[in-house]
Ligand binder design. Sequence first.
Ligand code: ADP
Length: 497
Amino acid sequence: MRSRDDWVAAATQLSIRTGLYIDGRYQSARAGESFECVNPASGAVIAHMARGQAADIDAAVASGVAAWKDRRWRGLAPRARMEVLQRFADLVQQHSQELALLETLDMGKPINDVLGIDLPEVLKTIRYFAECIDKIEGAVTHTDASALHLILHEPLGVVGAITPWNYPMLMAMWKVAPILAAGNCVVLKPAEQAPLSCTRLAQLFVDAGGPPGVFNLVNGFGPEAGKALALHPDVVKLSFTGSTAVGKLLLGYAGQSNMKRVALETGGKSPQIFLNDLYDLDAAVDRAVGGIYDNAGQVCNAGSRLLVQRGIHDEFVRRFIARSALAYRAGDPLDPATTLGPLVSHAHQRNVLARIARGISEGAHLAMGGGSAGALPGGAFVEPTLFTGATANMSICREEVFGPVTAITAFDTEEEAIALANDSDYGLAAAVWTSDLKKAHHFVAQLEAGVVWVNCFGDGDMTQPFGGFKQSGNSRDKHMMSLLSYTQSKSAWFSLA
Ligand code: ADP
């Protein structure tokens, strides 16, 4: 394992690509403007990225349309596309140290988390969808003998992807890999807070033999580049992960333009329910802690509402605080010993601290944390924070904080727990901890969430569809159903009369 000093030295050698990636080459923004990329661990400016706007989106989409029309990607044999995507994964693997460094400098995620979590998941994602390419099957329906009826799955065209900064590469690949595997072209607009790694990924696809124009990337701000992509008449589908507020805007932009399909994954306020009869309190507490403080709580399915049955409540709180103190070490994210990095930006730090202040003013009890851990001067840190005595009407129980902040609410009956869990505009994920299988099934049936974990939290693999109910969105990432969502059916009716 490399030491902090090794990583710091490697960072000085890093060559950062700052251009838009269109038509298989880096380009400046047409208006010549740029924006600053800031390391949230120090506040230092690390790059000036090309600031894409509507004219750049036009160019990227036009490049995708040309690639779509001449069939340079969808016209390849499925196995040939599979080989390109597998080579793409190989190159990502070969460049993992460089990509990890870019990610850590850009968004402050501890380097060992990028290497140990993000990148392995990115590779699994690309390889899974590569393997799926020749597993897409249509159907022959049971018609009268005078006809033959085929249902075919065809790619859509040029698809837009707008992605967030919390797992920059992984969230982008949850979109881009199935979009490409299905035979489409893609224009990716990563989050402006963490654009570096994705900018490199677009190039690696072409280095792997992907035809230019099939995977274009435009960096820039949401209301400029993102909005232009969402309004573009030649984009047939938009796939988004981010906030509910922006998800609602995108639905509007689709209506104002070409009624493009809009796939949304828009965050959550995920409850974890701990029943008196759970098997192993230490295991449950361990996952409750990791479920909210890993990645500094910047996780859409973070377990930010802990519903604990009265009989184990006090002991749960005691062990939660003890475990949190041991589990996280704030520090320089380039140090492999660091397990809690800064938040993505100083603006986000201010936002999270304001939400903590609001929790206090609303009457919740601040049981742990609440401040900005001063691990590094100038870093955008927030301490792991716990509220107890939280009630359903408080903002910390209703609004997504997207930071290391959770709230415990005690309950008495199982019906009360289900009512509390479902009392939310969101419905991304939920968990229940119990040793009673019958109860577990009951909870699974009652909980309004796209993912329900039983006696675990955050577990899964590529076969698990990921997405939400209610205002957590309308789509599913991962699984074959994601791949199929980037296709459209065509019915071919042959007369045999
Ligand atoms: P967060 O608040 O966590 O940054 P956002 O929903 O604002 O989440 O951002 C997620 C993605 O949506 C980013 O890539 C951002 O640039 C983009 N975005 C933000 N506003 C808009 C908008 N008005 N139109 C299109 N994309 C947007």
